[in-house]
Design a protein around this ligand. Sequence first.
Ligand SMILES: *Cc1c(COP(=O)(O)O)cnc(C)c1O
Length: 369
Amino acid sequence: MAKALETVLEIDLKALEHNYRYLRSRLQPKTKFLGVVKAFAYGSDTVKIAQKLESLGIDYFAVAYVKEGVQLRDAGITTPILVLHPQPVNFDELIERCLEPSIYSQKILREFLDVAKKYGQKGYPVHLKFNTGLNRLGFLENDIDFISQQLQERNEIKVISIFSHLAASDDLQEEEFTQTQIATFTKTGLQLDNVLGYTPFRHILNTSGIINYPNAQFDMVRSGIGLYGFGNEAKIDAELKPVAQLKTIISQIHKLEPGESVGYNRGYIADGYKVIATLPIGHADGIGRIYGNGKTHVQVNGQKALIIGNVCMDMIMIDITTIDCKEGDEIIIFGNELSAEEFASNAQTISYELLTGISQRIKRVIIED
Ligand SMILES: *Cc1c(COP(=O)(O)O)cnc(C)c1O
């Protein structure tokens, strides 16, 4: 791999393929696989990731918003795309681009039926979302009468699948709660089948669900973070490969006398003779202020260097006092050796937030093999 000459996010499609195959290997052969590519494919590159997954035979994609689905259609993606959180203002565009909405409330159902009618749709594919305990989006069991009444009167849509989302699939302390969610989902599904007169397919598991609740695969699973190389537990992280590696270089090195300060508001004060390096990456790139002031480290020529002082908009400073390095040397912010999970957890956040926060200012470099 070429040495970085500026800040770059390398995206390793071979790692993506590995993760996809690993997660698939944990599924029943008939279980469909939905790849979650919302938020720029967890901060990487939506189109490149989706194209690779499509070539591997993925069954479905999900995005959060219509705009994200449109980007995939513009790039020639033909796989079905579930839009998890569509806004009514975008329903026209959703239909024009053959995107499939998650319908999660009475209001959304009514509004979608009206737009589908305007376009003369018959049997337009939709997915009904049920709230089984996350209390974020979704119908409740007692909405089934309303759903049933609407669907008996109207033929604009067809329910392709029903789904729900687990609140704590990564936390085995909450296993009882999770099992209750799964049981509620199962029960609601049977009630709905009765009123619809047909059986939509079902899905409830995200990545940690795939790992911890293999009996609840139903007909499809939805994986995001796992595809990008993280399983919310060390044993699974060891099986997966990080897709994104964030690299930068040393812009300048400074020697400090004891008592000298570094950065805005003199956030760091040298308690001895120190050597520091300035890197061309800051909070505008997604390395937020939470990572500053000694919370976490980067890697310089195989050694750990703490981020010191306050993170600036376009720069961070690191302590390289005991590290042999020079201006222009490559720095790993996170990637294969220093994982994004570790980088994030050192600052009390999670890999999801770190990855999806990497801003569009950073150049993406695709590694195909
Ligand atoms: C984001 C999301 C997922 C993916 O979750 P991971 O933990 O990244 O696998 C699955 N389902 C829904 C509804 C989501 O919003």
